[in-house]
Design a protein around this ligand. Structure first.
Ligand code: ADP
Ligand code: MG
Length: 259
């Protein structure tokens, strides 16, 4: 006699598989307060005759309201992980749920829409449009989201005010300091009111005083309820964040919470 077919095949949905996960979840779905759930993520890159295994099976769970520092040596897979979490790249295998949505099942259009709605991304190199002023740079994600011109402008103004740049709305990136450029990028990341703020070495191109300013801004945003995942080499950030995930060779070396 055949065994009854499980409602969800554990091989397809490892969240059901206690051996892999350490816990059973009702219905196999991520819990309501879990913003990020990954199981068995892998990502490789062909390099000449060899293959670089950038991620070798990552299980990460991050809940609403957490501030998580991702750390680890250069080449350990931090950016690869952030790009997958941020829906800029897809894993070769493994599962990723973003706010309960199984990302692997989405086509490219739906993935882009999900990214625009749920994620604000801040990069080391700011990635601002050189020819657009601060206000227009911050409005861009709202244009993609189909928000009216009037509301766009209002929300972009408020986001720039939030990062302390009310007096720089009409400045272009070349007319702003590095710290101000990164503030514009943070405003652009926040303007869609994303459920998740991702930052990949956001202070890597800034001097230490300016970096401290930007990190203070992230601390404020966390205190205001934002969920933040930030790649950094700064042990002070990990201390402040409350949780540090350390990667080495594409695996989690440690995952520690401040008690
Ligand atoms: P980190 O951000 O921790 O410095 P990355 O995630 O950028 O590390 O890279 C992890 C590994 O994958 C590195 O060995 C890197 O060279 C390699 N890698 C990352 N992206 C690519 C790519 N697009 N093509 C080839 N190799 C890549
Ligand atoms: Mg990197």
């Amino acid at each position: 006699m055949n065994a009854p077919t499980p409602a969800v095949n554990p091989a397809v949905n490892p969240a059901m598989n206690p051996a892999r996960n350490g816990e059973l979840r009702p219905g196999g779905q991520p819990l309501a307060d879990e913003v990020i759930v990954t199981r068995g993520l892998t990502r490789s890159f062909p390099m000449g005759d060899t293959v670089i295994r950038a991620l070798q099976g990552l299980d990460v769970t991050i809940c609403r309201g957490e501030y998580v520092a991702i750390m680890g040596p250069s080449g350990s897979g931090k950016s690869t992980l952030m790009n997958i979490i941020g829906c800029l790249d897809r894993p070769d295998s493994g599962q990723y749920w973003l706010n309960g949505t199984p990302v692997a099942e989405l086509g490219d259009g739906a993935l882009a829409a999900l990214r625009n709605r749920e994620i604000g991304f801040v990069f080391q190199t700011f990635n601002l449009l050189a020819r657009a002023d601060a206000l227009h740079n911050v409005e861009l994600p709202l244009i993609y989201a189909g928000i009216s011109r009037r509301e766009r402008s209002e929300r972009a103004r408020l986001a720039l005010e939030r990062v302390g740049l009310s007096d720089r709305l009409r400045h272009r990136p070349s007319e702003l300091s590095g710290g101000q450029r990164q503030r514009v990028a943070v405003a652009r990341a926040l303007v869609t009111r994303p459920s998740l703020l991702l930052a990949d070495e956001p202070t890597g191109n800034l001097d230490s005083a300016t970096a401290a300013d930007i990190l203070a801004l992230f601390a404020e945003l966390h205190a205001a309820g934002n969920t933040i995942v930030l790649v950094t080499h700064d042990a002070g950030v990990a201390e402040h964040a409350g949780r540090a995930i350390r990667l080495r060779d594409g695996r989690i070396e440690s995952d520690t919470r401040k008690t």
